[in-house]
Design a protein around this ligand. Structure first.
Ligand code: FAD
Ligand code: MG
Length: 363
């Protein structure tokens, strides 16, 4: 049988089919709100690390404006909080130690009070007055070296968060430290900056973002891929970018601390940058890494550093007392590497390294 189709009629059929498909797509998009989001990303070297902000939305110009504002915000906060910038609030406080109270911005006062609160809660495992110890070791700088026991003894004596006072007066916020003390917010300020950038982006109407300040991560809004955000947790024994597990999360911050981030080696020994304030030496922890997941990155940052110093037993005991804080602790045990995951996270954490064993944390 020979069927002949009128060519002009087939064009009409095709056009009708195309219009129908288009109608279905726009109806689907209309009902579900689904469309491929536009991605906008910015990367820069800030806070002594690489910061990368990724936004998703439907208005490229708006996303790029929000990225500009985020980078300006990071620079503004770095100028306020960095121990390396002579005009920062923290440098002014450090230069006036033991002399007079220094007027600081409300934000510096707030963050310092937060840091002191975590110092109290962790019985000094976290201590923002660790600055003298940090400077002596110089880890991450070209002059990294093992200090003498005498130097360390003096630095440990100056490390005492109880000698820092934040006073709120009608004229503003003032900070006073004891003679010779040196504040260093390296263990908490990246978290604070992460929270501030998140707040700024939400205020700017951004609906979906991944903020990564050198491993201090926060996500909000829906992930560009189906389901929740899937965040890889840095493997403590593998190169950067290799993950031992994945956390499936939304609207939280994920912060990891470990001895593999910054260190130097001397005489076959590795000296890392998370110090035990009581000894002045890099913390001898039975933990290989600590990941904290919480709503506020400031808390996650302070706690990841603190729990590394506290070690497994004390760390778990503290986690039991804290609400809305989840953790993944990697421990080195004689039987191998064990990954402990708090209850609230057991569904959301997926172990990827077959050589590690997972164990629910007793919490
Ligand atoms: P974390 O575990 O979160 O913190 C470790 C850091 O906390 C240490 O480096 C030390 O600073 C401090 N610390 C150590 N032990 C304790 C303790 N027991 N209690 C409390 N704190 C402790 N790095 C540069 O090389 N150049 C820079 O110009 C520079 N500028 C910075 C500016 C700002 C505002 C901030 C926040 C950091 C800056 N850094 C800079 C530091 C750098 O990014 C650090 O590596 C980072 O802060 C440490 O973060 P972490 O996630 O690796 O480790
Ligand atoms: Mg920290």
């Amino acid at each position: 049988m020979n069927i002949k189709v009128n060519p002009s009629r087939s064009i009409v059929y095709l056009a009708v089919a195309a219009v129908t498909v288009m109608l279905f797509i726009s109806l689907y998009v209309g009902i579900t709100g689904w469309r491929t989001p536009i991605k906008a990303q910015r990367e820069s070297y800030r806070l002594g690390t690489i910061v990368r902000i990724t936004l998703y939305g439907d208005d490229s110009e708006k996303l790029n404006d929000a990225l500009d504002l985020s980078m300006e915000e990071i620079e503004r906060l770095e100028n306020l909080l960095s121990v390396n910038i002579p005009s920062s609030d923290i440098s002014l406080v450090n230069r006036a130690s033991g002399k007079y109270p220094v007027k600081v911005s409300e934000e510096t006062g707030f963050l310092l009070e937060k840091a002191l609160g975590w110092s109290e809660r962790t019985e000094g495992a976290f201590d923002p007055t660790v600055g003298k110890i940090v400077k002596l070791w110089g880890i991450g700088t070209e002059s990294a070296a093992i200090p003498s026991p005498e130097q360390l003894k003096q630095a440990v004596e100056l490390t005492n968060f109880r000698k820092v006072f934040v006073v709120h007066k009608a004229e503003g916020t003032f900070v006073q430290t004891a003679k010779g003390q040196r504040i260093d917010l390296g263990g908490i300020a990246k978290g604070y900056v992460t929270d501030k950038v998140r707040d700024l982006l939400i205020n700017e109407g951004v609906s979906s973002a991944l903020i990564d300040l050198g491993g201090n991560i926060a996500v909000f809004g829906s992930s560009p891929k189906p389901g929740k955000w899937k965040l890889g947790l840095q493997h403590p024994f593998m190169p950067r970018g290799e993950y031992f597990g994945i956390a499936e999360v939304s609207d939280v911050s994920v912060v990891t601390s470990g001895p593999y981030e910054r260190y130097f080696e001397s005489g076959g020994v590795r000296y890392h940058h998370i110090f035990n304030p009581a000894t002045g030496y890099p913390a001898q922890s039975d933990l290989a890494s600590v990941t904290i997941i919480s709503e506020e990155s400031t808390d996650a940052d302070a706690l990841s550093t603190a729990l590394f110093v506290m070690g497994f037993e004390r760390g778990i005991a503290l986690l039991r007392e804290l609400k809305n804080i989840e953790a993944v602790l990697v421990t080195k045990k004689p039987e191998g590497t064990i990954v402990c995951v708090t209850k609230g996270l057991s569904e959301a954490f997926i172990l990827k390294d077959p050589d590690m064993k997972i164990e629910p944390a007793a919490r």
